[in-house]
Design a protein around this ligand. Structure first.
Ligand SMILES: N[C@@H](CCC(=O)N[C@@H](CS)C(=O)NCC(=O)O)C(=O)O
Length: 310
C-alpha cells in the first residue's frame, strides 16, 4: 500500500496519527463528467474502467456497467487481488491499452506530477490518455445517464433527495464505517466506528421490515451502494475489520434483502469472494501479519428470498 508523491511511488500505510487513530478517507481528485458538449462526450468504446473485484467502491461501477447494458460500450481491466508494496498490480496482458503493471502508472500517465493515492475504480479516456473520474459515486451516475443505457434510472429525479439522504447516512456509518473500524489504530476510534456501524445496521433492519428495498418496491442507487458493503460483510468485515457484534446472516431482513439483490440478473457474476478474501486478509499486513486467508464462511447467497418470491 502506498501513494504517489509528485509522480513518484512511495510505499506508505495510511496516516492515522494525525487524526487520533481514526482512518480518514482522502478526497478523490479526478471528478470530470461525461458530457455531450464537454471534453469527455459519451462514446462507446472510448472509455475503460480499471477495477478490483475485491473493492466495494469499484464493485458499484461493475454492477452499473452490467445493469445499464454497457458491457460492450465500456471495457474493463481487472487488477490482481493483493495490494502490497507496489499498490494495485496488473498481470502481463491485463491492460492492452496502456500496458500498465501497476495502477499508479495509470495515475502518473494522467498527471506526471500527481500526488495522492492510486485507488480503484478509475474511468480512463483512451482519446486524451487521462483519467476522467476516479470516484465511484460519480461513475455510477455517469453510467446511469449514459445515452441508450438499459433499465429505469436508478436515481430518478423524484427520489433523488431521498436517495441522497440515505447515502449521506449510510456512507459514513456503513460503507466507510467498516473501514473506520478496521483501520482504526486506537480503541476509541474503533469503538466509535463499531457503535455507529451497528446503530445504522439496526436502523436499516427496522426500515426493511416494512419495505422491500430501501425506498420501497423500486431498487435504487441507495440499494446498490449499500449492497457492495453488505455482500462482503461476513466474508471480510466481520473477521478482518472486527465488525463482529452480528454477522449479516444474523439480521433477517438485511440478509434476505442482500440475497434478493445478489439474485438480480447479472449481479452474481460481479461478486468474486476469492478476490474479496484474498485482498482483505492478504493485503493489510498491519492488521493480519501472516496474510492467512480464512477458508470460511460458507454462505448461500442463492437461498430463496421472500422479496423475490411474492
Ligand atoms: N472514493 C473512492 C474510494 C476508492 C478506494 O478507496 N478504493 C480502494 C480500494 S477498496 C483503493 O484503491 N485504495 C488504494 C489506496 O488507498 O491506496 C471511490 O468511492 O471511488
Amino acid at each position: 500500500m502506498g501513494l504517489l508523491v509528485d509522480g513518484v511511488w512511495r510505499d506508505e500505510w495510511y496516516d492515522t496519527e494525525s487524526s487520533d487513530g481514526r482512518f480518514v478517507r482522502p478526497p478523490t481528485p479526478f471528478r470530470d463528467r461525461i458530457d455531450a458538449q464537454g471534453r469527455f462526450p459519451p462514446q462507446n468504446g472510448r472509455y475503460r474502467l480499471y477495477v478490483s473485484w475485491a473493492c466495494p467502491w469499484a464493485h458499484r461501477t461493475l454492477i452499473y456497467r452490467i445493469l445499464k447494458g454497457l458491457d460492450q460500450a465500456i471495457d474493463v481491466t481487472y487488477v490482481e487481488p493483493l495490494m502490497l508494496e507496489n499498490g494495485w498490480t496488473l498481470n502481463e496482458g491485463a491492460d492492452p491499452l496502456n500496458g500498465a503493471r501497476f495502477l499508479w502508472q495509470i495515475y502518473a500517465k494522467a498527471d506526471p506530477h500527481f500526488t495522492g493515492r492510486a485507488s480503484v475504480p478509475v474511468l480512463w479516456d483512451s482519446l486524451h490518455a487521462t483519467i476522467v473520474n476516479n470516484e465511484s459515486a460519480d461513475i455510477i451516475r455517469i453510467f446511469d445517464a449514459w445515452p441508450g443505457a438499459h433499465g429505469p434510472l436508478l436515481r430518478p429525479p423524484e427520489l433523488a433527495a431521498d436517495i441522497d439522504a440515505l447515502n449521506d447516512a449510510i456512507y459514513p456509518a456503513i460503507n466507510n464505517g467498516v473501514y473506520r473500524a478496521g483501520f482504526a489504530t486506537t480503541q476509541a476510534a474503533y469503538d466509535e466506528a463499531y457503535d455507529q456501524l451497528y446503530a445504522m445496521l439496526d436502523a436499516l433492519e427496522q426500515r426493511l421490515s416494512t419495505r422491500k428495498f430501501l425506498l420501497g418496491d423500486q431498487i435504487t442507487e441507495a440499494d446498490w451502494r449499500l449492497f457492495t458493503t453488505l455482500v462482503r460483510f461476513d466474508a471480510a468485515y466481520f473477521g478482518h475489520f472486527k465488525c463482529n457484534r452480528d454477522r449479516l446472516v444474523d439480521f433477517p431482513e438485511l440478509w434476505d434483502y442482500t440475497r434478493a439483490l445478489y439474485q438480480m440478473p447479472g449481479i452474481a457474476g460481479t461478486v468474486r469472494f476469492d478476490h474479496i478474501k484474498t485482498h482483505y486478509y492478504g493485503s493489510h499486513r498491519t492488521i493480519n501479519p501472516t496474510g492467512i486467508v480464512p477458508k470460511g464462511p460458507q454462505i448461500d447467497f442463492l437461498a430463496p428470498t421472500k422479496r423475490l418470491s411474492a
